[in-house]
Design a binder for this molecule. Sequence first.
Ligand code: URA
Length: 243
Amino acid sequence: MRLDKYISDALQLSRAQARQRIAKGTVSVNGQVCRQADRQITDADTVQAGGGQLDRQQFVYIMLNKPQGVVSASTDRRDTTVVDLVAGEFPRRQLFPAGRLDKTSTGFVLLTDDGAFAHRILSPRRHVEKEYLVTLDTPLTPEMCQGFAQGVTLADGQKLAPARAEPVEGEPLQARVTLTQGVYHQIKRMFGVYGAGVDGLHRLRMGGLWLDDSLAPGAWRQLSAAEFALLEEKGAAERVKKG
Ligand code: URA
């Protein structure tokens, strides 16, 4: 992130106040005074202000728009992983995806090194919703919507928690699906019970936080404190739905 943002976050200053400190020459990066407010600071940099070293963030939380073909893992022998897409900026962090998307799926992946937090938002007991835009190979039916609401029983006998499948106006082959649990290939298997195939799956939301639709596939950014707090909301925050 930019040096002025880093200083304003770390010292709880406005962006203008942070720029003044930088202009005065009281901020050093890796031991050298830096007067460049737009200097990019990565996790590998050490920043000092007013003589003291600023605390490196304890944990990082990153929103990534996963492209197709990238795997939801930290490392993989063959394929590019979601962590590979950000690793250059976080060489010393043990990042992992909090919740997986299939290789062919796209959209919101949360990357973090905070294991306890990831566990909290993924635990089905917490009822934190994840919402997807799904493209089907056959139109969505009321039977599917009712079945999802009651809790689908998968082909292997596993009974799932109630979920929501909602139609998308003017798009009979699309559905908005909202889950509170994360079973392997869950949405594909749920539609499979009704003989429907999934041609596309894009995660739009985790908890109360929507994927920033200005992030192109493969793009990412760290979350603000306000966005981070939204992740633990059970349902969608008030906002016009996008996607
Ligand atoms: N359900 C699936 O089937 N695939 C995903 O990637 C996410 C949910």
